[in-house]
Design a protein around this ligand. Structure first.
Ligand code: AMP
Length: 547
């Protein structure tokens, strides 16, 4: 079916034809007529199916009929990540080439001032991440009372990232008479319940069954020893005919290390992960998208929705912790009907995660041997694994970072928690810099130690921090707080007290906190009798009083 058949305007059809779109994709065929008729829409569709055009094209045609007033946008698109929002904004620019419609892109990590300026003029559509939108709304930079179209994209991802309270607040600021378009890659009951809340008599459209990898992606699996992974990856890259490739790692620290290693071996590689600031992230992505770098080593921050034209290869340097992430990772290739190749390097220790993926995709990934490495599809022998002192410990799901007032940080941090990055194998000392906690969590590949934290004698030395405090150190780092100013959370003895001024640890009880030693809380004054009570009483003489 062609785009004019769907009832789209000549201007839109001309713009998309110049973009190389000839026929509408299934999600476009199913959605566009409903949106043009003013219906709410509930769409189950993954990225890569053409769903951005499915909601933007009809919205553009309807909006082209009217005009916005200053600071009163008529459409709002919410995206879970900055990259996705930027990508939707790019698509909007492309599709409105022959129309006079303007947009504002409101995402964290970029200057507030420029975004405020964008809102000061006339802006027809806002494309935003929830945190930054609320920041600007709370500053009174825009009114949402004229919103005619409201799009929630990647609702399941939005929920995973803890944005739903923000989304609900945004919805409460929108006029009830509006058209809502709700898209999600998966539709579990929790998402459907939300959809019921936001949508009125929606039309439902679905394209690919959830969690099915594109048929255009050829998948391969190599089992090998952890210590062989880097060499095997390079051998694989050398033997494949690569146009451009993403290499996914589970942890940010591994992204950094592998990137360095690739550069050292002469590969034209860049890195993308959640510790980078937004400008760096955008510059890196641009470099990769414009073929200035052939390889991008990345964390799952790049797994969802990022659209890289004609990406030829995806390498999973690690088996992703969550099976769905595999679908999203390999979905970066084989897009728009092109062929793509995906490879996974797995160790026997990753077999549980691998099983989950194979169960999700409903079949085994084709085993392959990389010359000189591993065995054909067989897990590496347990003995070899045990001997491999470099194996990283089994990952533990990171605690979701606490929402902070700095929504930018929350968006950024949350974006990366989709892939757990923190694994702590031993307690870290609170006095150590936050960076140390990261090092502890990502330390390459040492077996868990059972060393006890040394006792400290100084009053400044805080007690051990439980292992699960590390994500807070990470969050604190993301917020730019130094460890010296770390404020312990919770209701412990040091809650709310800066680390540098933490409660002195009594040494008389062997460096442990006295509270831990003795459950008998003293009654009244306990053993301590204040000095004024021990002073002898001087009772005034009655006769002298009378005198
Ligand atoms: P999306 O699912 O919206 O992220 O789109 C994935 C990719 O498909 C983007 O690069 C779009 O530009 C492209 N695309 C969307 N619709 C079409 C179409 N009808 N024909 C060809 N490419 C398309």
């Amino acid at each position: 079916m062609t785009f004019p058949d769907l009832g789209l305007s000549d201007e839109v059809c001309k713009a998309i034809s110049e973009a190389g779109y000839e026929t509408a994709t299934p999600i476009q065929q199913k959605s566009i007529p409903h949106v043009l008729m003013g219906k709410d829409l509930l769409g189950t569709a993954q990225t890569g199916t053409g769903k951005t055009a499915a909601f933007l094209l009809p919205m553009i045609d309807v909006m082209a009929q009217g005009r916005s007033k200053p600071r009163m946008p008529r459409a709002l698109v919410l995206e879970p990540t900055r990259e996705l929002a930027a990508q939707v904004a790019d698509s909007f620019d492309m599709y409105t080439k022959y129309q006079k419609l303007s947009r504002a892109l409101l995402i964290g990590g970029l200057g507030m001032k420029e975004q405020e300026a964008e809102l000061d003029g006339t802006c027809d559509i806002i494309i935003a991440t929830p945190g930054r939108l609320l920041d600007l709304f709370d500053r009174g930079r825009m009114m949402l009372s004229q919103i005619q179209f409201f799009v929630i994209d990647e609702a399941d991802r939005m929920m995973d990232m803890g944005f739903m309270p923000d989304v609900e607040r945004i919805v409460s600021c929108l006029p009830p008479r509006r058209q809502t378009l709700f898209f999600s890659a998966t539709m579990p009951p929790s998402i459907r319940k939300l959809a019921d809340k936001f949508l009125v008599e929606p039309r439902e459209v679905e394209v690919a069954p959830p969690a099915s990898p594109a048929a255009t992606v050829e998948q391969h699996l190599t089992m090998l020893d952890e210590r062989d992974k880097r060499d095997a990856l390079r051998a694989l890259i050398n033997q494949e005919n690569i146009r451009n490739a993403l290499i996914f790692c589970n942890r940010k620290s591994d992204v950094k290390m592998l990137h360095k290693s690739m550069q050292k071996h002469g590969y034209d590689a860049v890195a993308l992960h959640g510790d980078m600031d937004q400008l760096d992230r955008m510059a890196t992505l641009e470099k990769f998208k414009t073929d200035q770098a052939k390889i991008m080593v990345c964390s799952d921050v790049a797994a969802r929705g990022i659209d890289i034209q004609g990406l030829s290869h995806v390498f999973n340097f690690d088996v992703p912790f969550h099976a769905e992430d595999y679908i999203h990772r390999i979905g970066r290739t084989g897009r728009a009907g092109m062929k793509g190749r995906a490879f996974m390097l797995a160790t026997a220790k990753e077999s549980k995660a691998l099983d989950a993926i194979q169960k999700l995709i409903g079949g085994n990934i084709k085993p392959m041997v990389i010359d000189g490495f591993g065995k054909k599809g067989a897990p590496a022998p347990a003995a070899a694994e045990a001997a491999d002192g470099d194996e990283a410990p089994a990952p533990k799901r990171a605690r979701r970072p606490r929402r902070t007032k700095a929504k930018d940080v929350a968006e950024e941090t949350a974006a990366d928690t989709a892939a757990p990055e923190a694994t702590v194998t031993e307690p870290v000392e609170a006095g150590a810099p936050a960076e140390d906690a990261t090092v502890a969590e990502s330390a390459p590949a040492k077996p868990p130690r059972t060393r006890r934290a040394p006792r400290r004698k100084t009053a400044e030395a805080p007690a051990e921090v439980p292992a699960d405090a590390a994500p807070e150190a990470e969050a604190a780092k993301a917020e730019g707080r130094s460890s010296g100013g770390r404020v312990p959370h919770g209701d412990g003895p040091d809650a709310g007290r800066p680390a540098g001024r933490s409660r002195p640890t009594p040494n008389r009880s062997g460096g442990r906190n006295r509270r831990d030693d003795n459950d008998n809380t003293p009654v009244g004054l306990g053993d301590h009798v204040p000095a004024f009570l021990l002073r002898p009483l001087r009772i005034p003489d009655e006769s002298s009083d009378a005198a």
